[in-house]
Design a protein around this ligand. Structure first.
Ligand code: CP
Length: 301
Protein backbone atom coordinates (compact mmCIF):
# COMPACT_ATOMS: atom_id res chain seq x y z
CA UNK A 1 0.00 0.00 0.00
CA UNK A 2 1.27 3.48 -0.89
CA UNK A 3 1.26 6.41 1.52
CA UNK A 4 -1.71 8.07 -0.21
CA UNK A 5 -4.10 5.60 1.51
CA UNK A 6 -2.65 6.19 4.97
CA UNK A 7 -5.08 8.10 7.20
CA UNK A 8 -3.60 11.07 9.06
CA UNK A 9 -3.54 10.74 12.87
CA UNK A 10 -3.20 13.68 15.30
CA UNK A 11 -1.88 11.60 18.20
CA UNK A 12 -1.50 7.90 18.98
CA UNK A 13 -2.48 7.43 22.61
CA UNK A 14 -5.29 4.88 22.97
CA UNK A 15 -6.86 2.01 21.07
CA UNK A 16 -10.21 3.76 21.60
CA UNK A 17 -9.16 6.21 18.83
CA UNK A 18 -8.44 3.42 16.33
CA UNK A 19 -11.26 2.49 13.97
CA UNK A 20 -11.17 -0.72 11.93
CA UNK A 21 -10.26 1.39 8.88
CA UNK A 22 -7.31 3.06 10.64
CA UNK A 23 -6.07 -0.32 11.91
CA UNK A 24 -6.23 -1.81 8.42
CA UNK A 25 -4.48 1.17 6.81
CA UNK A 26 -1.63 0.99 9.35
CA UNK A 27 -1.26 -2.76 8.88
CA UNK A 28 -1.27 -2.43 5.08
CA UNK A 29 1.39 0.30 5.21
CA UNK A 30 3.52 -1.67 7.72
CA UNK A 31 3.36 -4.75 5.48
CA UNK A 32 4.36 -2.61 2.49
CA UNK A 33 7.39 -1.39 4.46
CA UNK A 34 8.23 -4.98 5.37
CA UNK A 35 8.11 -5.90 1.68
CA UNK A 36 10.61 -3.19 0.80
CA UNK A 37 8.73 0.12 0.43
CA UNK A 38 10.67 3.06 1.76
CA UNK A 39 9.99 6.67 2.67
CA UNK A 40 12.27 9.46 3.79
CA UNK A 41 10.91 12.75 5.03
CA UNK A 42 12.42 15.42 2.81
CA UNK A 43 11.70 18.29 5.22
CA UNK A 44 13.42 17.95 8.65
CA UNK A 45 11.34 16.15 11.28
CA UNK A 46 12.47 15.89 14.91
CA UNK A 47 11.57 13.28 17.51
CA UNK A 48 12.43 12.52 21.14
CA UNK A 49 11.84 9.17 22.79
CA UNK A 50 10.97 10.00 26.40
CA UNK A 51 11.15 6.75 28.34
CA UNK A 52 10.48 7.29 32.06
CA UNK A 53 10.21 3.50 32.48
CA UNK A 54 12.57 0.75 31.28
CA UNK A 55 12.27 -0.57 27.73
CA UNK A 56 14.29 -2.39 25.13
CA UNK A 57 11.81 -3.57 22.51
CA UNK A 58 9.55 -0.56 22.15
CA UNK A 59 12.29 2.03 22.46
CA UNK A 60 14.75 0.37 20.06
CA UNK A 61 12.02 -0.50 17.53
CA UNK A 62 11.04 3.19 17.49
CA UNK A 63 14.68 4.28 17.15
CA UNK A 64 15.11 1.91 14.19
CA UNK A 65 11.86 3.10 12.57
CA UNK A 66 12.96 6.72 13.00
CA UNK A 67 16.31 6.00 11.31
CA UNK A 68 14.55 4.33 8.36
CA UNK A 69 12.28 7.36 7.89
CA UNK A 70 15.11 9.90 8.18
CA UNK A 71 13.61 11.49 11.32
CA UNK A 72 16.22 13.25 13.48
CA UNK A 73 16.40 12.07 17.10
CA UNK A 74 17.03 14.24 20.16
CA UNK A 75 18.64 12.13 22.86
CA UNK A 76 16.87 11.86 26.21
CA UNK A 77 18.10 9.79 29.12
CA UNK A 78 15.85 9.86 32.16
CA UNK A 79 18.78 9.30 34.57
CA UNK A 80 20.76 12.32 33.32
CA UNK A 81 17.82 14.58 32.49
CA UNK A 82 16.47 17.48 34.55
CA UNK A 83 13.80 15.09 35.87
CA UNK A 84 16.43 14.24 38.52
CA UNK A 85 16.38 17.95 39.47
CA UNK A 86 12.62 18.19 39.81
CA UNK A 87 11.31 18.61 36.25
CA UNK A 88 8.08 16.67 35.70
CA UNK A 89 7.05 14.68 32.64
CA UNK A 90 4.77 17.58 31.70
CA UNK A 91 7.65 20.12 32.06
CA UNK A 92 9.85 17.89 29.90
CA UNK A 93 7.20 17.66 27.19
CA UNK A 94 6.68 21.43 27.11
CA UNK A 95 10.47 21.90 26.88
CA UNK A 96 10.71 19.51 23.91
CA UNK A 97 7.80 21.21 22.13
CA UNK A 98 9.36 24.64 22.71
CA UNK A 99 12.65 23.40 21.24
CA UNK A 100 10.81 22.45 18.04
CA UNK A 101 10.35 18.69 18.36
CA UNK A 102 7.55 17.31 16.15
CA UNK A 103 6.80 13.96 17.83
CA UNK A 104 7.29 12.62 21.36
CA UNK A 105 7.20 8.87 22.02
CA UNK A 106 6.50 8.61 25.74
CA UNK A 107 6.47 5.78 28.28
CA UNK A 108 5.51 6.51 31.87
CA UNK A 109 4.22 4.62 34.91
CA UNK A 110 1.45 7.22 35.18
CA UNK A 111 -1.85 6.00 33.70
CA UNK A 112 -3.27 8.34 31.05
CA UNK A 113 -0.30 10.72 31.36
CA UNK A 114 -1.34 12.02 27.95
CA UNK A 115 -4.72 13.48 29.03
CA UNK A 116 -3.29 16.65 30.62
CA UNK A 117 -0.77 17.01 27.79
CA UNK A 118 -3.47 17.02 25.11
CA UNK A 119 -5.31 19.77 27.03
CA UNK A 120 -2.27 22.09 27.24
CA UNK A 121 -1.90 24.68 24.44
CA UNK A 122 1.88 24.69 25.02
CA UNK A 123 2.03 21.03 24.01
CA UNK A 124 2.33 21.45 20.27
CA UNK A 125 4.04 18.09 19.61
CA UNK A 126 2.30 14.94 18.47
CA UNK A 127 2.16 12.40 21.31
CA UNK A 128 2.66 8.62 21.03
CA UNK A 129 1.76 6.51 24.07
CA UNK A 130 4.45 3.83 24.33
CA UNK A 131 2.92 2.50 27.56
CA UNK A 132 1.13 4.31 30.41
CA UNK A 133 1.44 2.30 33.62
CA UNK A 134 -1.29 -0.35 33.75
CA UNK A 135 -3.31 1.64 31.23
CA UNK A 136 -2.64 0.86 27.57
CA UNK A 137 0.03 -0.13 25.08
CA UNK A 138 -1.64 0.67 21.73
CA UNK A 139 1.63 0.35 19.79
CA UNK A 140 2.17 -3.25 20.97
CA UNK A 141 -1.44 -4.03 20.16
CA UNK A 142 -0.96 -2.83 16.57
CA UNK A 143 2.16 -5.01 16.32
CA UNK A 144 0.17 -8.02 17.58
CA UNK A 145 -2.62 -7.30 15.07
CA UNK A 146 -0.14 -7.02 12.20
CA UNK A 147 1.41 -10.37 13.16
CA UNK A 148 -2.00 -12.06 13.35
CA UNK A 149 -3.11 -10.53 10.03
CA UNK A 150 0.07 -11.63 8.25
CA UNK A 151 -0.61 -15.22 9.28
CA UNK A 152 -4.40 -15.48 8.91
CA UNK A 153 -5.21 -12.73 6.38
CA UNK A 154 -8.25 -11.57 8.39
CA UNK A 155 -9.50 -11.19 11.98
CA UNK A 156 -13.23 -12.01 11.99
CA UNK A 157 -14.03 -15.19 13.88
CA UNK A 158 -10.52 -15.94 15.15
CA UNK A 159 -10.26 -17.16 18.74
CA UNK A 160 -7.56 -15.52 20.86
CA UNK A 161 -6.40 -16.58 24.33
CA UNK A 162 -4.64 -14.12 26.65
CA UNK A 163 -2.74 -15.89 29.41
CA UNK A 164 -1.21 -14.68 32.66
CA UNK A 165 -1.02 -11.41 34.56
CA UNK A 166 -3.94 -9.74 32.81
CA UNK A 167 -4.77 -7.47 35.76
CA UNK A 168 -1.46 -5.58 35.61
CA UNK A 169 -0.89 -5.71 31.85
CA UNK A 170 -1.37 -2.67 29.62
CA UNK A 171 -0.83 -4.97 26.62
CA UNK A 172 -3.80 -7.10 27.71
CA UNK A 173 -5.98 -3.99 28.09
CA UNK A 174 -5.20 -2.78 24.57
CA UNK A 175 -5.31 -6.24 22.99
CA UNK A 176 -8.66 -7.34 24.43
CA UNK A 177 -10.33 -4.13 23.26
CA UNK A 178 -8.87 -4.33 19.75
CA UNK A 179 -9.43 -8.08 19.37
CA UNK A 180 -13.12 -7.69 20.17
CA UNK A 181 -13.53 -4.63 17.92
CA UNK A 182 -12.11 -6.60 15.01
CA UNK A 183 -14.50 -9.54 15.49
CA UNK A 184 -12.25 -11.97 17.35
CA UNK A 185 -13.46 -14.03 20.30
CA UNK A 186 -11.38 -13.51 23.43
CA UNK A 187 -10.59 -16.07 26.14
CA UNK A 188 -8.45 -15.78 29.25
CA UNK A 189 -6.41 -18.05 31.46
CA UNK A 190 -4.19 -17.43 34.46
CA UNK A 191 -4.19 -17.32 38.26
CA UNK A 192 -7.37 -15.87 39.76
CA UNK A 193 -5.37 -13.04 41.41
CA UNK A 194 -4.42 -11.82 37.93
CA UNK A 195 -7.96 -11.52 36.63
CA UNK A 196 -10.16 -8.44 36.80
CA UNK A 197 -13.63 -7.24 35.80
CA UNK A 198 -12.46 -6.67 32.24
CA UNK A 199 -11.86 -10.40 31.81
CA UNK A 200 -15.57 -11.01 32.44
CA UNK A 201 -16.55 -8.13 30.14
CA UNK A 202 -14.41 -9.21 27.21
CA UNK A 203 -14.31 -13.00 27.27
CA UNK A 204 -14.53 -16.36 29.01
CA UNK A 205 -12.04 -17.84 31.44
CA UNK A 206 -10.64 -21.33 30.72
CA UNK A 207 -8.01 -23.59 32.23
CA UNK A 208 -4.69 -23.44 30.35
CA UNK A 209 -5.08 -27.02 29.12
CA UNK A 210 -8.54 -26.30 27.68
CA UNK A 211 -7.45 -22.95 26.24
CA UNK A 212 -4.54 -24.27 24.18
CA UNK A 213 -6.91 -26.60 22.31
CA UNK A 214 -9.46 -23.87 21.59
CA UNK A 215 -7.59 -20.84 20.28
CA UNK A 216 -6.00 -19.74 17.00
CA UNK A 217 -3.74 -17.21 18.70
CA UNK A 218 -2.18 -17.55 22.14
CA UNK A 219 -0.89 -14.32 23.72
CA UNK A 220 1.38 -15.05 26.68
CA UNK A 221 2.09 -12.35 29.26
CA UNK A 222 4.95 -11.79 31.70
CA UNK A 223 4.16 -11.61 35.42
CA UNK A 224 4.47 -7.84 36.00
CA UNK A 225 6.34 -8.18 39.30
CA UNK A 226 7.30 -4.48 39.24
CA UNK A 227 3.62 -3.56 39.62
CA UNK A 228 2.59 -5.75 42.58
CA UNK A 229 3.92 -7.84 45.47
CA UNK A 230 1.66 -10.87 45.00
CA UNK A 231 3.60 -14.01 45.85
CA UNK A 232 3.36 -16.63 43.15
CA UNK A 233 6.31 -18.89 42.54
CA UNK A 234 7.78 -19.26 39.05
CA UNK A 235 7.60 -23.07 39.42
CA UNK A 236 3.88 -23.09 40.31
CA UNK A 237 3.10 -20.67 37.53
CA UNK A 238 5.01 -22.72 34.96
CA UNK A 239 3.26 -25.94 36.03
CA UNK A 240 -0.22 -24.43 35.79
CA UNK A 241 0.13 -21.90 32.94
CA UNK A 242 3.55 -22.28 31.29
CA UNK A 243 3.49 -23.14 27.59
CA UNK A 244 5.30 -26.48 27.41
CA UNK A 245 5.93 -28.69 24.38
CA UNK A 246 3.14 -30.98 25.64
CA UNK A 247 0.68 -28.09 25.65
CA UNK A 248 1.86 -26.90 22.23
CA UNK A 249 1.16 -30.44 21.00
CA UNK A 250 -2.52 -29.87 21.81
CA UNK A 251 -2.74 -26.57 19.90
CA UNK A 252 -4.46 -26.32 16.50
CA UNK A 253 -2.18 -26.94 13.54
CA UNK A 254 -2.35 -23.33 12.29
CA UNK A 255 -2.35 -21.68 15.72
CA UNK A 256 0.41 -19.19 16.61
CA UNK A 257 2.07 -18.04 19.83
CA UNK A 258 2.70 -14.36 20.64
CA UNK A 259 4.38 -12.58 23.56
CA UNK A 260 5.04 -8.82 23.85
CA UNK A 261 8.44 -9.45 25.55
CA UNK A 262 10.54 -9.45 27.57
CA UNK A 263 9.96 -13.18 28.10
CA UNK A 264 10.85 -15.18 31.18
CA UNK A 265 11.95 -18.61 29.97
CA UNK A 266 10.76 -21.43 32.20
CA UNK A 267 7.97 -19.26 33.66
CA UNK A 268 5.43 -18.38 30.94
CA UNK A 269 7.11 -20.41 28.19
CA UNK A 270 9.50 -23.39 27.94
CA UNK A 271 12.76 -22.54 26.09
CA UNK A 272 12.16 -25.37 23.56
CA UNK A 273 8.91 -23.71 22.41
CA UNK A 274 10.79 -20.59 21.28
CA UNK A 275 12.32 -22.35 18.27
CA UNK A 276 9.02 -23.72 16.91
CA UNK A 277 7.48 -22.33 13.73
CA UNK A 278 4.29 -21.62 15.70
CA UNK A 279 6.19 -19.23 17.92
CA UNK A 280 6.03 -15.78 16.28
CA UNK A 281 7.73 -13.72 18.99
CA UNK A 282 10.71 -12.70 16.82
CA UNK A 283 8.29 -11.89 13.99
CA UNK A 284 6.44 -9.58 16.39
CA UNK A 285 9.74 -7.89 17.28
CA UNK A 286 10.64 -7.34 13.62
CA UNK A 287 7.11 -6.18 12.82
CA UNK A 288 7.53 -3.55 15.53
CA UNK A 289 9.93 -1.60 13.32
CA UNK A 290 7.56 -1.60 10.32
CA UNK A 291 4.45 -0.84 12.38
CA UNK A 292 6.22 2.05 14.11
CA UNK A 293 7.22 3.41 10.68
CA UNK A 294 3.56 3.30 9.61
CA UNK A 295 2.41 4.98 12.83
CA UNK A 296 5.03 7.75 12.62
CA UNK A 297 4.25 8.36 8.96
CA UNK A 298 0.50 8.58 9.69
CA UNK A 299 1.25 11.15 12.40
CA UNK A 300 3.58 13.26 10.25
CA UNK A 301 1.83 13.26 6.85
N1 CP B 1 6.76 -4.93 24.49
C1 CP B 1 7.33 -4.05 25.31
O1 CP B 1 6.72 -3.06 25.74
O2 CP B 1 8.62 -4.35 25.65
P1 CP B 1 9.65 -3.32 26.34
O3 CP B 1 9.16 -3.11 27.76
O4 CP B 1 11.02 -3.96 26.27
O5 CP B 1 9.57 -2.04 25.56
Amino acid sequence: MGRKNLQHLNHFVSTSDLSKEIVQSLIDRAIAYKKGASYHFLEPKFIANLFFESSTHTRCAFEMAEHHLGIKQLSFDYETSSVTKGASLHDTVVTMCTLGVDVLVIRSDEEQFYTSLLEDKNVTCTIVNAGDGMGEHPVQSMIDLMTIYEHFGSFEGLKVGIVGDIKHSRVANSDMAMFRRLGMKVYFSGPEVFQNDKCQMYGDYMSMDALVKEVDVLVLLRIQRERHSLSISDETYFKDYGLTLDRVGNMKEKAIILHPCPINKGVEIAPEVLTLDKCRILTQMKNGVYMNMAILEALLV
